[in-house]
Design a protein around this ligand. Structure first.
Ligand code: 6PG
Length: 258
């Protein structure tokens, strides 16, 4: 069973609340499969950017289960962000996505676009990834690539991708990919910027578990402008927050415009 709540202020954001995390994953798998077929029929390819972290692991496993439900030969997978560690490191998002999804589906190696972490410098890796994105989409200078599917996570303090609170937003005006300095125990990272994320056609947050309930409320009800995730607002696309009941228990439908 799902509750469908639409917030129209200030960004049109759909919140879908599923009874269980499994139902939330099954929904996202359906959408990935539907959209992959839609864009492959329309453009000849489907370009999706996936996030790391712990939440989506089981989603990726589920996505890999019915491998023949997706025309993988025409799917291109990008990363939303990456920790600046070797691809063999347990912290690597690429390693997690490879082990949970890539190894289970017949996607050509050339269709997988990891963020390079062997350059010695996250800034160099960010520039290379930006060039790879622009080159893949064949964008003219200044044109922002339009990813068909962007899957985002949400940190308890309101970060998404590797856009953490306190970020210097100025580089968001021109870059598509940026390096993020290490802070405390946090690793250096490379991430898509909001400029790239907000040109996505179908942008999804996947949020599960009680520990995310407070930040879901901050984003969906309070519209707390201090959290980076609130700036995810696709200009020409749709934004859907996919949550299980545990992550959404602080959101009361009466607070949201229908
Ligand atoms: C990462 C992700 C990050 C993640 C959130 C939520 O590299 O860690 O891109 O943005 O989505 O931190 O992480 P969890 O799913 O582990 O809670």
């Amino acid at each position: 069973m799902v509750d469908k709540i639409t917030a129209r202020r200030p960004v049109r954001r759909l919140l879908l609340v599923f009874d269980t995390r499994r139902e939330a994953f099954e929904f996202l798998c359906r959408r990935f499969r539907e959209l992959s077929r839609k864009y492959i029929a329309k453009n000849g390819f489907f370009a999706a950017a996936l996030s790391g972290g712990k939440t989506p692991v089981d989603l990726y496993v589920e996505l890999g289960r019915e491998a023949d439900a997706v025309p993988w030969e025409s799917v291109h997978l990008f990363l939303v962000d990456e920790r600046f560690v070797p691809v063999t490191d347990k912290e690597s998002n690429y390693r997690m996505i490879k082990e949970s999804l890539l190894d289970a589906v017949p996607i050509p190696a050339a269709n997988v676009h990891p963020i390079r972490t062997d350059t010695g410098d996250p800034v160099v890796s960010a520039r290379l990834y930006e060039q790879e994105l622009i080159g893949f989409f064949g964008c003219d200078p200044g044109v922002v690539p339009a990813l068909h599917f962007v899957l985002l996570g949400l940190g308890e303090e309101g970060h998404t991708a590797s856009l953490f609170p306190g970020i210097d937003w100025r580089s968001e005006d021109k870059d598509l990919v940026r390096a993020v300095e290490p802070v405390a125990e946090r690793l250096p990272r490379v991430t898509l910027t909001l400029r790239a994320i907000n040109n996505g056609r179908h942008v999804f947050f996947l949020v599960t578990g009680e520990r995310k309930a407070a930040v879901v409320r901050r984003m969906v009800i309070d519209e707390d402008q201090s959290i980076p995730a609130i700036r995810v607002s696709p200009r020409r696309g749709e934004l859907t927050v996919v949550a299980d009941r545990d992550a959404a228990f602080l959101v009361d439908p009466k607070h949201l415009g229908k």
